[in-house]
Write a protein that binds this ligand. Structure first.
Ligand code: PGA
Length: 249
């Protein structure tokens, strides 16, 4: 089953979010069958209200999760609290790494928090432009995996989703090329394979970075691409529905 995840980032008021969800629900209710995982990651503050109108055809995800379970962490929201509303959470998005200095150690703790509360982490990795230009990107990707995800035991590792998001492609309007996507997804799969063998195929590897309705199909035809993590193009419900339609083609 293919994944399509809408990462709204810090966009939409409650009213706008409800309007989107109502429209998406109507649209999905009219579809004959839905054989994909459709996830919406709104702002945390909207999760309670959106979870009330949640239909069976899609799920909610958190965009972030605290690195501790409870305590004096002003402004944070724990996995335990979020688990009342979501079964998934994005972890390690490049914007969290960049603006909030989330390092490997914190990200590992966030993974553990998710797994302790039955939340599937959607773990983002990706090289920045300097790493790409210096031809250093495979080393960076291996390091990002080795110092976080690969520290989990096999059972937990198999409960995760990986999202490859080259930082230079996010929000740029230019997705990575199909060759670049294919190279990286095959590389990530090979790292997981070395550890888990055939079972590694159970870990979905998603691509993110300027996905839209024009490149959805071509990206999804690449080997080892199991879905898309969509930012800007997920904000407009009609555009997002168009992308959902393309998963069936
Ligand atoms: P974008 O964002 O689709 O706007 O490039 C993707 C993401 O940051 O997850």
């Amino acid at each position: 089953m293919t994944y399509i995840i809408a990462n709204w980032k810090m966009n939409k008021t409650a009213r706008e979010a409800v309007k989107f969800i109502d429209a998406l629900t109507d649209y999905l209710n009219n579809k004959k069958s839905i054989s994909h995982h459709i996830l919406i990651a709104p702002s945390t503050i909207h999760l309670p209200i959106l979870s009330k109108s949640l239909s069976k055809s899609f799920n909610l995800a958190a965009q972030n999760i605290a690195f501790k379970d409870a305590g004096a962490y002003t402004g944070e929201v724990s996995a335990k609290m979020l688990s009342e509303y979501v079964q998934y959470s994005i972890v390690g998005h490049s914007e969290r790494r960049c603006y909030f200095n989330e390092d490997h150690q914190i990200l590992y703790q966030k993974l553990v928090m998710c797994l302790q509360h039955n939340i599937t982490p959607i773990f983002c990795i990706g090289e920045n432009k300097n790493d790409r230009d210096a031809n250093n990107y495979l080393t960076i990707i291996r390091q990002q995996l080795n110092e976080t995800l690969m520290l989990l035991d096999d059972d937990d590792l198999l409960k995760t989703i990986v999202a490859y998001e080259p930082v230079w492609a996010i929000g740029s309007g230019n997705a990575a090329s199909l060759d670049q996507i294919s190279e990286l997804h095959t590389y990530i799969r090979s790292i997981l394979f070395q550890r888990l063998g055939e079972k590694s195929n159970d870990i979905p590897i998603l691509y993110g970075g300027s996905c839209n309705s024009s490149n959805t199909q071509s990206i999804l035809t690449q080997n080892n691409v199991d879905g898309l993590l969509v930012g800007g193009a997920s904000l407009d419900v009609v555009h997002f529905q168009k992308m959902i339609d393309m998963l069936d083609v």
